[in-house]
Design a binder for this molecule. Structure first.
Ligand code: GDP
Ligand code: GDP
Length: 433
């Protein structure tokens, strides 16, 4: 199930500071690389062994005074519907403001768990002052300091208790979702594939009421579509259309096995698309990219290659992803797109036998061993694939801590060259033996 933590609250209470703290990872380089950190308000995070998505709702409100409060109110309503857990952030140094009161009033109607997070409790004196927030009548308060991180661990311990676990093989069918910015052609593709049957939607037990699963079973292919495009919420505030669509997208990605990221050929891969791509990658989902509206592009013999190169450049370092050029209006390559997605699904579940893995990889490693560090040689003795929903490999060696990122990347490339993992993020671990 999709586990989404939404941070709501008025401006300046410290939402984005907490967001950054929760989503910051050692892999932040990936985002810096593509230069997309700027407009990123949602991201993947982990606490103990739980993986989840955090969304900073404040990032979606424009600063103009007139729309501002209406936008915040509406966001809270959307967040109540879409998130798993809501963190209502307030500021101990200002106490309760009118806007805080309004937000609290909306949250009181939420059936989802709400945590009052009292921020900027940087020292023990301030701890006492946090008590005023009990007056919201929303239960426990959780004093934290987003700046120093104190209290955030205790908070997360409580929050993750409310996560829904993925039901055991809720459905053995591949789950695909089509995501992308508005107007790229997502609905058109689903309509082209499913036609009128789209309205016949079977609600599946264990899935959230508002995520639509469509059973596809035609032309020898059977899978589930997790549809985001079909549902469009009417909102009064322009900025919230994006906020809403981001919430739906995150949810669909978490529920899917393979994410079909559709872009508009006329626009190319934009930073929002790259954000979605990274979210799918960090969630270890399979990925296929569709460049749609290909009919609108003036082409010569090199156009496809130029397009592909430009896209892969922006996907670095995970570039081993199928890219398909479609025209939904002309029904061009739409079945190929689905076949590519199902192929990626297969790759994601692929298990390479240990003997084969060692037969192929050990000679490569012998020829190109990890560089010696501090006069010590690193010896990789054997390799095995770890059981999991996506491919993970353990390389057993004497000094795992001495193996650096470039060598890890080299190993990943060799795995990809020798075994087809197209469209699938793979995890590589070096372990002590
Ligand atoms: P947002 O508008 O709710 O996203 O708030 P920001 O994260 O931008 O923070 C607003 C201001 O509060 C910034 O100047 C932060 O540095 C500051 N701030 C955030 N968290 C803390 C905290 O735990 N303690 C203190 N003293 N300041 C904080
Ligand atoms: P969504 O917002 O991503 O669901 O996009 P829609 O499916 O609603 O499509 C937006 C617009 O793009 C509609 O007018 C479609 O007819 C048009 N469209 C979709 N696919 C194609 C395509 O392959 N080529 C062209 N030229 N237009 C397309």
């Amino acid at each position: 199930m999709a586990n989404i933590i939404a941070i709501v609250g008025r401006p300046n209470v410290g939402k984005s500071t907490l967001f950054n703290r929760l989503t910051e990872s050692r892999k932040a380089i990936v985002d810096d690389f593509s230069g997309v950190t700027r407009d990123r308000h949602y991201g993947s995070a982990e606490w103990t062994d739980k993986q989840f998505t955090v969304i900073d709702t404040g990032g979606y409100v424009a600063n103009s005074e007139d729309v501002f409060e209406a936008a915040i109110r509406e966001q809270v309503v959307i967040a109540i519907e879409e998130a798993t857990v809501l963190l209502f952030m307030v500021d101990v140094t200002t106490g309760i403001t009118d806007l805080d009161d309004e937000i609290a009033q909306l949250l009181r109607r939420s059936k989802k768990p709400v945590f009052i997070v009292v921020n900027k409790v940087d020292n023990t004196q301030l701890q006492n002052e946090a008590a005023v927030f009990y007056s919201f009548g929303l239960g426990e308060i959780h004093p934290i300091s987003s700046m120093t991180g104190s209290g955030t661990g205790d908070l997360l311990d409580e929050v993750i208790k409310h996560f829904e676990d993925l039901p055991e093989e809720e459905n053995a069918l591949p789950k695909l979702t089509i995501v992308g910015r508005p107007n790229v052609g997502k609905s058109s593709l689903i309509n082209a594939l499913i036609g009128k049957e789209r309205n016949i939607v079977t609600p599946i037990a264990g899935t959230t009421r508002d995520s639509i699963h469509i059973h596809y079973n035609q032309f020898g292919h059977e899978f589930m579509f997790i549809d985001t495009a079909g549902l469009r919420k009417k909102t009064k505030v322009k900025e919230n259309i994006e906020f809403y669509s981001v919430m739906r997208t995150i949810k669909a990605i978490e529920e899917a096995d393979v994410v079909v990221l559709m872009i508009d050929a006329m626009d190319g891969l934009e930073s929002q698309d790259v954000n979605i791509f990274h979210l799918a990658e960090k969630n270890k989902k399979g990925i296929v990219i569709l460049v749609n509206k290909w009919d609108l592009v003036e082409k010569n013999s090199k156009t496809v290659n130029v397009f592909e190169d430009q896209i892969r450049q922006k996907l670095q370092p995970f570039t081993d992803v199928p890219i398909i050029f479609t025209s939904v209006v002309n029904k061009q390559r739409i079945f190929q797109a689905i076949e590519a997605a199902l192929e990626v699904f297969k790759n994601r579940g692929k298990k390479v036998p240990t003997s084969k893995l060692n037969d192929v990889m050990l000679p490569i490693i012998e020829k190109y061993p990890p560089p010696a560090l501090k006069g010590k040689y690193i010896k990789i003795k054997y390799i095995t694939q770890i059981n999991g929903t996506s491919p993970m490999f353990a390389f057993f060696c004497n000094l795992p801590q001495y193996i650096k990122e470039p060598y890890k990347r080299f190993i990943e490339n060799k795995l990809r060259e020798n075994f087809d993992f197209s469209g699938v993020p793979i995890q590589i671990y070096f372990r002590q033996k």
